[in-house]
Design a protein around this ligand. Structure first.
Ligand code: ADP
Length: 296
């Protein structure tokens, strides 16, 4: 074993000991380099199999927020998520230990079951309205969640404006794009229906929907908040990969309001602006095209 893997091995062992007590020897482990800044490992010991993620000491509080998000979804009993076993710090790195999801073949009703369970999650709401008790992250980007009774103004202020202002501050968008957003904010209340708040996963692309040992969905990597459920359904269409049975079952359980398809690009300005902030200007043409389509 190279010195580097020896160190990583010891690092993983120490995290497991800190959270599970005496663990015996590591029987198997496999690295994941899925995310853009986290490292992860799937590790097997006598007690069972675990999934550990850690970062390099930046993005402080990210895993505490992720652990709370997972706990929040779990508390609804609607859609499965891995159980959190520990969150903490080791060698100046923050980590999250959770139950490992053993994957299996998708059951035939995977997508319809997923649609029904997501509709159930979305029927969980908060008396405070839209927001959350703490800020969290979407990918590596900060996500602010200041409570607002009005879902549309929450979406404008906490989702679009925060990302647009961040991009403006870092000179990733020019004055014209900024002005176009300002005009859009005035128009949005006449386009988006102000529905009751719904508990959202918040980062629902296909990579965060796993197939568990029952052949059914388990969600990972949530960026939860109580918000407009249409924003979540729109999000699933950004990169695709969700089957039509998913949308049909969702709609049957919790009907989506008329005109949703015309609103999808508007909701997706949020993940697109997050991408502008995280990965750069390559996403700007898509942003400007959407702005034009609503303003002209
Ligand atoms: P990041 O926050 O770095 O994007 P994710 O939480 O999305 O990391 O995890 C990256 C990949 O690792 C996922 O797409 C999934 O394949 C796998 N994964 C995540 N959580 C688990 C888990 N609890 N058990 C097994 N595999 C997992």
């Amino acid at each position: 074993m190279s010195q580097q893997s020896q160190e990583q091995y010891q690092f993983i062992e120490s995290i497991l000991r800190q959270n599970l007590g005496e663990i015996g020897t590591i029987e198997d482990f496999q690295f994941f380099y899925g995310g853009n800044f986290n490292l992860a490992v799937r590790v097997k010991v006598a007690q069972g199999e675990y999934f550990i993620k850690w970062n390099q000491g930046d993005h402080q509080g990210l895993f505490q927020a992720e652990a709370k998000n997972l706990g929040l979804i779990a508390s609804t009993g609607t859609i499965p998520v891995p159980q959190v076993l520990g969150v903490g710090q080791m060698d100046e790195k923050e980590y999250l230990v959770m139950e490992c999801i053993p994957t299996a073949e998708k059951k035939e009703n995977y997508w319809s079951d997923f649609g029904i369970k997501l509709a159930q999650l979305h029927q969980t709401n908060a008396h405070q309205g839209h927001g959350l008790d703490y800020d969290n992250f979407i990918g590596a980007a900060k996500q602010v969640n200041h409570w607002d009774k009005n879902g549309v103004s929450f979406f404008i202020q906490n989702r679009l404006k925060f990302q647009v202002d961040t991009a403006s501050y870092h000179r990733k968008i020019d004055g014209a794009t900024n002005e176009a957003f300002e005009k859009l904010y005035d128009k949005i209340p006449s386009i988006i229906p102000n529905e009751q708040s719904a508990l959202l996963h918040g980062d629902l692309w296909s990579g965060n929907a796993m197939v568990n040992q029952h052949g059914l969905v388990s969600l990972v990597d949530p960026s939860c908040y109580y918000g407009l459920r249409e924003a979540e359904i729109a999000f699933t269409t950004m990169f695709g990969g969700f089957e039509k049975e998913f949308y049909e079952a969702y709609h049957e359980s919790f009907p989506i309001l008329k005109g949703f398809h015309e609103r999808i690009p508007l909701y997706n300005l949020y993940p697109l602006m997050v991408h502008v902030n995280l990965f750069g200007e390559g996403y700007l043409p898509a942003v400007n095209k959407i702005l034009d389509s609503y303003l002209n």
